[in-house]
Write a protein that binds this ligand. Structure first.
Ligand code: ADP
Ligand code: ZN
Length: 720
């Protein structure tokens, strides 16, 4: 017997499959979709079995071992991987690796294992009973007595005492496998759907379309509808996948799910340890759970009987992986939905323009939910023109915002302040010569972080101590310019010294569990004000928050991206949605230098459709999605001239092969140098999906042997 094994060698380049002989003792264990240990050159590595053949050979090496008991990639997932590899123009092995949590990847050496816990039990009850009645060894008698009623973890006892009992043949030690995440259940809480929710729910279950877009305002109770839909599927014996955009959201959602469903749920997101992820995945493989809640990669949960797939906050760009393989979990959801005949539910208060357009055209069922649950009202939004404030000397906080903060603090209510920039300052500039401090490896300004007193590059992670010296004129004249969340936290604490302030951004949440800690603290009203980046904008539900302040609404607007208005509108609506979620009405204050921009102006009235109608006109005029698809080819290399030359060749090749599609570039990318690599971009605006995907796969084949350049493909890039 021979197996074909896919290995991860030189990832990002070619896929490689090698054939090996299966020795007789392993024939029963091999199966397609399992990992094997193989000799490879002078190393021993892991790979996935993709094929099994009856034939024999004498020229091949033998596999060393079969790693998995169960198949970790079933037929559906193996096939899904092939389709994603084609769709995203990436290597098959990189797709399989992306589908699996670390402990299941075929790596050189994975050290995630089952967690085994040592227990003690009685093996000879006659002996044990007579020992208890006759022995004078008090400690030993005590242990045997307890073990006669139940097995106990061995770590609670002195090992010498245990050893002598084992030697006497009375007890034995054994190992039990345990999951690292405790599956404690919450007290059961189930809400009846209100009439609006019921109507939406009925429209969803009565729809004959594969995809439903649930466009419900923030706080309208979409999550309650999701749970009811999942209930229905569980009753049919089916499984459910629920995707949420960010780990910051999962603690609250999981709590609600645990209260609603009195059963164990698998949780998959990046804040878990490798061991925890491994266990959560294993629960699914073993069919011990029927629901998974997780971030992007949870779409690959190895369920075999999926009844529904729900994608909450579907507009979130976290569903698109921003490194290879650049897949979009929503597209994967459509593929899996089709395979399982399961509905896909996309939920959002502010869907992507593309999704809403598809819903309006009737490709998706459009279901609206315009009322907040619990009789809560949508918050009042005030837009403050900061160019007027700055003339009054108010640089960071407008008078309106400060007065409202003071008022809420007096009423003992809570406040959230959003600024979409982390760090203390946004850049450092020399007061003498005007030089701006940049990362030595990237074409990017460094950001000052006060807590660590470091200047950091947010792209490559480069960090240096801040010595206030200008690299150009060598004077001690570097000045902090701009401001980030760290600075807001400091200033607000100075202005309101008796209030408690928390901050949530990448810098305060890097430690495991710190997300949940901040959320719990704020939820328990141990703090009055929560300052944060867009991390605090989505999904969180704090009933006591009655004021939301947006420090600077223009951070996204100024990015050179055709989605910058859409992103701005999303962020403002989402963060506004955090205010007034219970009986006390909420207020939102948005500070901006662009009060007349439609994405800011229209966020006042919570009327998504009005925004959509404006935005879609611009998309049409400029031939942007949904009127075209976009693909991006990035060519990177250390040698500037060589790389641009190769990029031009690719551009020429494509131009020869298409007639109607638009091909732009190559041009230097907006972040033209990252980590000492120069990047050039070719942009394709197209309609004929199939043909372009085929062409790009050709380009991949033509360029993947060239080690001097790196060619990356991004279909429907989320940042552009
Ligand atoms: P969304 O997901 O649309 O933002 P949520 O599902 O988080 O909205 O609901 C907002 C709040 O209203 C939550 O605190 C939720 O518990 C509550 N809620 C929603 N629907 C109901 C209901 N039918 N009965 C009682 N409370 C509800
Ligand atoms: Zn850098």
């Amino acid at each position: 017997m021979i197996v074909d094994v896919l290995v991860e060698i030189n990832i990002g380049k070619k896929d490689k499959t090698f054939s090996y002989i299966v020795p007789d003792n392993l024939i029963d264990k091999v199966d397609i979709g399992k990992r094997v240990l193989i000799p490879f050159g002078r190393q021993v590595i892991e790979g996935f079995i993709l094929d099994i053949k009856k034939e024999t050979s004498i020229d091949l090496k033998e596999i060393i071992d079969v790693i998995d008991e169960e198949r970790i990639l079933n037929d559906e997932l193996l096939d899904l991987g092939k389709r994603i590899s084609d769709m995203t123009i990436s290597n098959l092995v990189s797709v399989y690796q992306a589908m699996l949590p670390k402990g299941y990847k075929a790596s050189k050496k994975s050290n995630v294992k089952d967690k085994l816990v040592g227990y003690l039990r009685v093996i000879d009850f006659d002996k044990a009973n007579s020992f208890v009645n006759t022995s004078k060894a008090k400690k030993q008698v005590e242990i045997v007595n307890s073990l006669l009623s139940e097995d106990i973890e061995s770590k609670y006892f002195n090992s010498q005492t245990i050893k002598s009992l084992i030697d006497k043949g009375i007890i034995e030690k054994y190992y039990k496998e345990e999951y690292r995440l405790k599956s404690d259940l919450n007290e059961k809480v189930v809400h009846e759907l209100n009439p609006y929710q019921k109507e939406a729910y009925n429209s969803i279950i009565n729809s004959n379309k594969d995809v439903v877009l649930l466009n419900g305002v923030t706080g309208s109770g979409k999550t309650e509808i999701y749970m009811k839909l999942i209930d229905d599927q569980l009753k049919l014996g089916k499984e459910a996948i629920m995707l949420v955009p960010e780990i910051s959201l999962t603690p609250q959602i999981i709590d609600r799910f645990k209260s609603h469903f009195s059963e164990d749920i698998s949780v998959l997101h990046s804040a878990l340890s490798d061991g925890e992820k491994y266990d959560e995945y294993k629960k699914i493989l073993r069919k011990e759970v029927k629901i998974v809640v997780g971030a992007r990669s949870a779409i690959f949960a190895p369920f075999t009987n999926i009844g529904i797939i729900i994608i909450d906050e579907e507009h979130s760009n976290t569903y698109k992986q921003d490194h290879n393989p650049r897949y979009n979990a929503i597209e994967v959801a459509f593929l899996r939905g089709k395979m399982h005949n399961a509905k896909v539910i996309l939920g959002s208060a502010t869907p992507t323009i593309e999704s809403f357009a598809r819903a309006k055209k009737g490709y998706y069922e459009l279901v609206k939910l315009d009322h907040r649950a619990n009789n809560a009202t949508l918050p009042l939004v005030n837009i403050v023109d900061m160019s007027k404030e700055i003339r009054k000397g108010n640089r960071l906080f407008s008078r309106d915002l400060l007065l409202n903060i003071e008022d809420r603090l007096q009423k003992n209510e809570q406040i959230m302040l959003l600024l979409n920039k982390r760090g203390y300052s946004t850049y450092l500039m020399c007061e003498e010569c005007g030089e701006v401090l940049k990362c030595p490896h990237c074409d990017i300004t460094l950001t000052y972080h006060k807590t660590s007193d470091m200047n950091r590059c947010h792209y490559c992670g480069y960090a240096e101590k801040n010595n206030h010296k200008c690299k150009n004129c060598k004077k001690d004249s570097l000045k902090l310019m701009g401001y980030g969340t760290e600075k807001i936290e400091e200033e607000i604490s100075k202005l309101f010294p008796s209030s408690k302030v928390l901050r949530m951004d990448i810098d305060t949440t890097s430690k495991k569990g710190s997300h949940k800690e901040i959320i719990d603290k704020f939820n328990n009203h141990e703090a009055d004000i929560l300052v944060g980046t867009q991390m605090i904008a989505k999904g969180l539900d704090f009933p006591l928050v009655t004021l939301v302040g947006v420090i600077n609404a223009d951070t996204i607007l100024n990015l050179p991206d055709f989605r910058s208005c859409e992103r701005t509108y999303d962020l403002l609506s989402q963060v506004s949605g955090r205010a007034g979620r219970s009986s006390i009405p909420g207020k939102v204050i948005i500070q901006t230098y662009n009060p007349d921009n439609y994405s800011i102006k229209l966020s006042k009235n919570h009327d998504y459709e009005k925004f959509y109608n404006e935005e879609i006109l611009i998309r049409k005029k400029l031939y942007y999605p949904p009127y075209s698809f976009i693909a991006l080819i990035k060519v990177g290399g250390k040698d500037y001239k060589y790389s641009i030359n190769e990029a031009s060749k690719i551009g020429d090749y494509l131009r020869k092969k298409v007639d109607k599609e638009i091909i732009l570039g190559p041009s230097a990318s907006s972040l033209s140098k990252i980590n000492n690599i120069y990047y050039f971009e070719i942009i394709i605006k197209y309609r004929d999906k199939e043909n372009i995907i085929k062409l790009l796969n050709e380009v991949k084949l033509l360029t993947e042997n060239n080690n001097k350049i790196r060619v990356e493909f991004d279909i429907n890039p989320s940042n552009f």
